[in-house]
Design a protein around this ligand. Sequence first.
Ligand code: PMP
Ligand code: GLU
Length: 398
Amino acid sequence: MNTLSNRIKSIPESETLAMAARARQMKEKGIEVISLSLGEPDFKTPKHIQEGAIEAINSEKYFAYPPVNGYLDLRQAISEKFKRDNGLDYSADQIVVSNGAKQSIANVFMAILNPGDEVIVLTPYWVSYSAMILLAEGTPVFVQGTIENDFKATADQIREAITDKTKAIIFSSPCNPTGSVFTRAELESIANVLKEREDITIISDEIYELINFGAKHESIGTIGGLLDRTVTVNGFSKGFAMTGWRVGYIGAPLWIAKAANKMQGQYTSGNCSIAQRAALAALKGSMEPSMEMTKAYEKRRALVYDLLKEIPGFEVNMPQGAFYFFPNVRYYLGKSHGDMKIETVSDLCMYLLEDAHVSLVTGEAFGDPECLRLSYAASEEELKTAIAKVKESLAKLS
Ligand code: PMP
Ligand code: GLU
């Protein structure tokens, strides 16, 4: 009776969403919580994108089931975007539009993994990769980057992790949670290792492409010979401030695109018609609002870096993209305040939620139990107040 499947029992709840829910509950009780846990732009979706959705409703043309893999004109626009911005040649039938990049990635794992297949996950990694691999009955193999090398796993580490069972490798650049961005040279050295094994599928999550403060965005699929086994993941949530609209996509080898389409056809059908029309307006319209948002994140990054540097025991590196800091906070492990003993970074995050009323996410959820993640997709005022409160609460620990 009431027996859950081993499948669902094998995965934890999404820690980013769980922390956001805890913060929301406290807010509902009237407690003022500053939420720096969820990675979601605090900007409004640009007007021309909103108009795209409004026009779609008013036209009364988009109320029926859309094609499972997305409207053809949207897939064509994505195909053009891949060519223009990334130098990636995926035709419209190699594109699958989904309910957020989250579903895009889940589709790919469900499409390619058999029980026991290993997936190399460059770590720290985005929270849901490991759970999605487990749900598809694969085995995540974590290859750890550390703060000393900007959290970037090296080609040699990847070579050592490859076994006969390796089926795929996944990483994000710009990276959630570290903000690190792989350079062309780093991607080339990883590519050289992967070229030794043609059966490994590469999943390159580029959803933070537009939030990059440094070098030009590079896609591993542009490196000679890799495109026909590279799945490039992208979406509208971050760069266009469209988290709630739920539109993500892949460009993929045709056999994977067809399988993702089949998977989606049985599970959810095509992504919301109106959201797809808004996404098309995003691709056809001005990039100015996205560039403005990135400028604002860059300004906040400088502010937050200076403030975090002043907190005793926080080891901080300078992220090059996305909107997260991922400080190492091992200094606080073993300390306590009253009855509250900090054994893990999860304890530390709970303490800061209770005492400072600031929500953050433990690094454990991203594969590094000595770090925590702070999203700076919040106003400068909120960031200043939150970090001052965190500093004050941390000073009580001894
Ligand atoms: N990949 C990464 C690295 C992310 O941070 C996110 C955040 N949600 C996603 C994929 C999924 O994004 P969405 O489903 O909102 O498109
Ligand atoms: N990607 C965001 C984050 O990492 C949104 C939350 C989620 O989808 O897990 O916080």
